[in-house]
Design a protein around this ligand. Structure first.
Ligand SMILES: Cc1ncc(COP(=O)(O)O)c(C=O)c1O
Length: 387
């Protein structure tokens, strides 16, 4: 099996010979998660149906309240299930207040435009959390707004949005709350007993460390039951997907069988690590090592520590002309570490993730590779263009 790289003494590789992914997904998975996919199942196989049921139950438990919430899985990447959530929960005559501070909030607005759902946009800069007080005023002023949609960790910058405060305001006004928790779910607490929401979506391949290919929606059962006929789409209709799956445990269309087997194994590992507390604890430690190490090398983070989610960190691009991002990226890749370009509109930046099957030694390995590379590139000052 090819490793994509010419292994040499200075190259660090994962146990399966791949570079480490310091990205927000696809991300590095454990050897056992990959191993779990080495089986073929028919979609009607009782054993497969049982695994599917178990995965859904564990995801509901993870959201806190199996008496009120249900799990609807959906084929595809995370974007598919975000679009499915908006299309299923927001009626065609509904109106969504979308709280935007990055690309994923903007994507929800684009989805609503494509689907023909009315929106009211509330945007803050990429390094500023969404504003629950402005939401409060907007909901008081506009009775047509039926739903509020927000992103938990906006992966564009790595900022943690105040989802609890947004939920309180939304519930007080009696509107439905829809959360894109794609990059935070499983590592940042989100408990249905404490945070009121109609639906939250995430995917198999972020903090739960499965493989890409599956999204899921955790929905308040009594709200989902009233969404029949809302969806503009057959494939993305979560009501239909749920009702059909409840009948016989089968998927409406070909299930991502291998991805579900991997996800079941990933959930075993998640539970063994201590659930949200354990997984979140490892990622916080990864994030701390990364931020401290990069700051020691002279890099500056976009966000102050208080706003930083332990998921992905945005660093300002150094102003030194000897620092060329492409060369930096390729140099790190050659040493076994894949990082991520920036997605900000406000500043030149790049990002390094802290999630996936990575721990302290991988974080330190990546920092050593950065230091080595800076000296090879002759970069002495990592201060950014924009302070
Ligand atoms: C917050 C958030 N929402 C949605 C998505 C889209 O997920 P995907 O790229 O799997 O379609 C991502 C991907 O990183 C994300 O971080």
């Amino acid at each position: 099996m090819s490793t994509h790289l010419d292994a040499s003494a200075s190259v660090s590789l994962s146990p399966t010979g791949d570079p480490w992914l310091f990205t927000p997904g696809p991300l590095t998975t454990s050897p056992e998660v990959k191993q779990a996919m080495l089986h073929d199942y028919g979609s009607r196989d009782q054993h497969f149906i049982e695994i599917n049921r178990r995965v859904r139950e564990r995801l509901v438990d993870l959201a806190g309240d199996p008496t009120t919430h249900v799990c609807v899985p959906l084929q595809g990447s995370g974007t598919f299930v975000v679009e499915a959530m908006l299309g299923t929960f927001v009626p065609r005559a509904g109106k969504v207040r979308i709280l935007i501070n990055g690309a994923y909030g903007k994507r929800m607005a684009k989805m609503c435009a494509v689907m023909g759902r009315a929106t009211a946009i509330q945007e803050t800069p990429e390094d500023v959390p969404v504003d629950p007080e402005a939401l409060d005023r907007a909901l008081a002023a506009d009775p047509d707004i039926t739903h509020v949609a927000a992103v938990h960790c906006e992966t564009t910058s790595g900022i943690l949005n105040p989802i609890e405060a947004v939920a309180v305001v939304t519930a007080r006004h009696g509107r439905g709350f829809l959360i894109d928790a794609m990059s935070a779910f499983g590592a940042v607490p989100l408990d249905a007993r404490e945070v009121s929401f109609d639906a939250v979506v995430a995917s198999s391949n972020k903090c739960l460390e499965g493989t890409p290919g599956l999204g899921f929606c955790l929905a308040r059962g009594e709200v989902l039951a009233k969404t029949e006929g809302n969806s503009h789409s057959l494939c993305l209709d979560l009501h239909d997907q749920y009702v059909s799956m409840e009948k016989n445990g089968q998927w409406r269309f070909t299930p991502p069988t291998h991805c579900i087997l991997a996800f079941d194994q990933a959930l075993d590992e998640f539970e063994a690590e201590g659930g949200v507390a354990g997984r979140g604890g490892r990622y916080r430690e990864n994030c701390r090592i990364l931020v401290e190490g990069m700051r020691a090398l002279g890099f500056q983070t976009l966000l102050p520590d208080a706003l930083q989610a332990p998921i992905i960190v945005t660093f300002h691009m150094p102003a030194d002309p000897r620092f060329q991002f492409e060369a930096f990226y390729e140099g790190l890749r050659g040493r076994g570490y894949i990082i991520y370009p920036g997605k900000l509109t406000v500043a030149e930046s790049f990002r390094i993730g802290c999630i996936g099957h990575l721990g302290a030694s991988e974080m330190r390995g990546a920092l050593d590779a950065v230091e080595d590379l800076l000296s090879e590139m002759g970069v002495e000052n990592c201060a950014p263009t924009a302070a």
